[in-house]
Design a binder for this molecule. Sequence first.
Ligand code: ADP
Ligand code: ZN
Length: 529
Amino acid sequence: HARAGGAPGGEAQEVLHRVFGYDAFRGSQQEIVEHVIGGGDAVVLMPTGGGKSLCYQIPSLVRPGTGVVVSPLIALMQDQVDALRAVGVRAGFLNSTQDLEERRLVEAEFLAGELDLLYLAPERLRVEQTLGLLDRGKISLFAIDEAHCVAQWGHDFRPDYLALSMLHERWPEVPRIALTATATEATHTEITSRLRMEQARHFVASFDRPNIQYRIAAKSEPKKQLLELLRTEHAGDAGIVYCLSRASVEKTAQFLVQNGIDAVPYHAGLDAQVRARHQSRFLREDGLVVVATIAFGMGIDKPDVRFVAHLDLPKSVEGYYQETGRAGRDGLPSTAWLAYGLQDVVQQRKMIDGSEGDEAHRRRLAAHLDAMLALCETVECRRVRLLAYFGQESTPCGNCDTCLAPPQSWDGTVPAQKLLSTVVRLQRERGQKFGTGQIVDILMGRKTAKVIQFDHDALSVFGIGADLREADWRGVVRQLLAQRLLAVEGDYGTLVLTEASGEVLRGGRQVLMRREPEKPARAARAKAA
Ligand code: ADP
Ligand code: ZN
């Protein structure tokens, strides 16, 4: 295994050509690679598909010793290692899926200096035996992949990552490179402090993915809306559809198949073999649609995913960005489509209220959800909002739904007051709490059986909202929930006031709302011939 001589820059270039077959570095890859080859620490924030792997793979090949890569993606290690071995890189991994014999073999290779790269699951590093092993070999660098997993503030926290600060204490002379596709200020700061990387150089790439068209639609009949999208814009394309529950994954996949779309389900409840088969079909075939829970896609490198659709609201902007980022890695036009409705807000708030963990944890979850809701309800360019969330400034993009079909904002103060006062009346005068359906029926003056049963047509607010349609009222409820001017509680999703509701009722606060455009945005582009 010959190594080229010369300047570090030249050597890195040489490895890029000879081993990986690429002509040139992308973005700041070269700077990063040279910095790490020179022994410096680096924190790399780069979007999915940006080319993070080469940033540690090339220095591992150039520097003497083995590059130790910490990654939580155990399921992908075999594939990663196979791909590296296929181009002649001496790579191996150690994780819980191996038997003793396999592990011994990799350990022996490492100790003999026969590995360029060694992938490790983070939990391995909590075992003294592994640390002892590393002591006896030669390490060229530590790469900490998916470094945002160290951030408790983040959406993907893994306790095993907290222990990684000891890498620096135990091997102070070994350079470290931490990489992530999550770029929020909070996560960045946490990575730096928890991994003790105050001395590192920081490389922050632009998080814009200009070829991805962001669209967030009002959810009415999600499966049908999805089918329409696939038929009109993505016939025969590969894509990922995300649902929150296993049951809806199954139902949606079935629905697509019944409607002539080549689709398969993917979730943790499926047999490991079935999952592996579906994943490899997705990677190898041209136009397969995978309907999945969020577990699917982490680290999957398929360049021509043409769309990512969400049938349920993601729990955070980071999650949304990561999941949609799996589309269009090849730089060609792709769609990120999300269907979002009232029920999403109700359901997620309920999940947060019922979640385990302390109050601080629930507050974090709630803050993540609020940011996601703000993105859904914005009348501004989606991309501007998305990038602003990651601390990056930009101008309206012309390639998102709000740019293509600008929604209007309207003054929803009066409807908000009507709705909130209905909730107040019910509670004060009757001691009752009801869900959205009943409240809307009262506002619209509908004499349903349930309205009559509870004598709600005698309320003074009965029928005061007949000027709006049912869909408008549901939009009002959704947006009040999103703005925390209204809350839901209990198993039946009953509506209750929040501390901020009073201000609206007293006329001290204007409520701006988003009005969906008559014709939602369509892809304003021709499909490549
Ligand atoms: P990330 O880990 O940031 O999501 P990857 O390292 O998986 O990104 O790279 C994404 C894709 O881009 C891969 O297919 C990779 O081979 C390719 N790639 C990375 N760097 C280059 C480069 N300099 N030239 C051409 N292709 C590259
Ligand atoms: Zn835009």
